[in-house]
Unconditional design. Structure first.
Length: 484
């Protein structure tokens, strides 16, 4: 990277967007390649009286990686794999290394990332900062449970090495701390041993939300992954109908050709759809259907076709985990307004009641979610966690100029349903939360602990983003002493 002093912030201004496309910001963007580059950007921002927001691959839906009229520190060029131990399955990476780089490096040795989100293009640093979860969360926990240790560059310029035994408070605060305590400069990740590049997948068609929840509970003890697709247009007795995919790892010897399925190229997704259509242009063909009439027809067709094809099959790890990566930039199909996602995490005992109420409320407001995804979760030890013993329902909504205000109002109503049930939210997906609802979900004590750590690690408040300013307004009570 060129010397920051040679490039004042005004000459670095770019417009960047959240992945959902519904929010954007103009920032001065720097792309460091070394730890010293990061320090230099911190110093430059301090000199100009600006804040610094960290950005990985920019896959957060909303404003988590936006920093309006301030500095954006894009870490995507710090993307080297620093070490790999194929005996223990431990990989040390820089923060800009992507999930795709990790699995491609490790798969031939019989290892797969223990936890992956729905796309392989997130970075290790961003994934740890958001403590991403996967389709196996109830079993494997979030990504943070598979981070052995990390090095964190604080805004003060000091580097801290953190683990569960070394600076444990900072370890559990920075993972899931959405980049507000420091910049990851390296992370040691523990991968999962696999004996095949294939998964055994069982599709289960369900006629209602009750049936979907029952299908999950029946399989929790005997599968490795569970995910449910929910048809947001279904009503009445069929409310919440959809399709569950349950998958398990193959046992040793179950795959007759493991060397073939464990080859990295065997995991790469096809660049064409149906063997003909370039995947890169598929989103353009999807756009005419991204309206209420079109999506109602697509969802209905998907459901009824699934009822005719219920046979178990084998699928690659990447094809099962990264379904939407098969259509690059698919979110662009929704048009210039983009999309937002509302993801609710609620205790298992309240899942049926809350999710039923959410689906009915969205339908009554005339804002039917175009996509719904159900997952099972467990609680974890991280400070700013969204995890709990229960379920999440992610609902995606198309944003237009005409419906934007109504969407944000609907989100507030959905938030209240979650709060009343003792639920939580996930900042990587959020675009609409308010300080009140977020504080109600985590509790004042937990937020005060976080702010005490932040004040100790970042006493000048150098690290900030649009999301941080939206959810964490200044509050004197949070300026209590902390340890870092």
């Amino acid at each position: 990277m060129a010397s920051p002093s040679a490039a004042p912030p005004s000459e670095r201004r770019e417009r960047i967007s959240g992945w959902g496309g519904a929010s954007s910001a103009v920032s001065s963007v720097y792309r460091p390649t070394t730890v010293e580059d990061v320090r230099a950007v911190f110093d430059l921002a301090r000199t100009h009286g600006l804040t610094v927001g960290l950005r990985g691959a920019g896959r957060s839906y909303g404003d988590a990686a936006l920093n309006t009229n301030n500095v954006c520190l894009d870490l995507s060029l710090m993307n080297r794999i620093l070490g790999w131990d194929p005996e223990e399955g431990v990989m040390r990476v820089q923060p800009g290394v992507t999930i795709r780089q990790i699995w491609r490096h490790a798969i031939a040795d019989g290892w797969w990332p223990a936890v992956v989100p729905g796309t392989m293009f997130t970075t290790a640093g961003g994934s740890a900062a958001m403590n991403v979860h996967g389709k196996n969360n109830w079993k494997a926990g979030p990504l943070g449970e598979h981070v052995r240790d990390f090095e964190l560059l604080l805004p003060t310029g000091r580097v801290e090495r953190c683990s569960r035994t070394e600076h444990p408070e900072l370890f559990h605060g920075a993972i899931g701390g959405f980049g507000m305590l420091g910049c990851f400069t390296s992370l040691a990740l523990e991968l999962k041993r696999v004996h095949s590049g294939l998964l055994a997948v069982e599709p289960i068609v369900v006629s209602s939300l009750d049936a979907m929840l029952a299908a999950f509970e029946e399989r929790l003890a005997r599968v490795d992954y569970l995910v449910g697709w929910v048809d947001g247009f279904a009503t009445g007795a069929h409310l919440g109908r959809g399709l569950v995919h349950a998958a398990r790892h193959l046992a040793p010897g179950e795959d007759p050709e493991p060397a073939r399925s464990l080859h990295a190229d065997a995991q790469d997704l096809s660049t064409t759809l149906f063997g003909v259509l370039p995947a890169s242009v598929a989103w353009r063909l999807m756009r005419p259907f991204t309206n209420r009439v079109g999506l109602r027809l697509v969802n209905s067709a998907h459901y009824h076709l699934a009822r005719r094809h219920r046979h178990a099959y084998h699928d690659s790890h990447s094809a099962f985990a990264f379904l939407f990566d098969r259509v690059p930039d698919w979110q662009r199909a929704l048009g210039p307004g983009g999309l937002i996602q509302h993801q609710s995490f609620v205790p298992a005992a309240h899942a049926r009641e809350v999710f039923t109420a959410e689906l009915r409320l969205a339908q009554r407001r005339g804002l039917v979610p175009y996509l719904g995804v159900l997952k099972r979760h467990r609680s974890d030890a991280f400070l700013m966690t969204h995890g709990l013993d229960g379920y999440s329902l992610a609902l995606e909504f198309k944003v237009t100029r005409r419906n934007r205000g109504r969407l944000w109002a609907l989100a507030a109503e959905l938030d209240q349903l979650v709060i009343d049930a003792g639920g939580r939210f996930y900042l990587a997906k959020d675009s609409t939360l308010t300080p009140r609802t977020f504080a109600a979900s985590l509790g004042d004590e937990r937020l005060a602990r976080f702010h005490a750590i932040k004040h100790a690690c970042d006493p000048e408040g150098l690290l900030a983003t649009d999301l941080y300013r939206r959810l964490f307004p200044p509050r004197a009570a949070w300026r209590s002493p902390g340890r870092c």
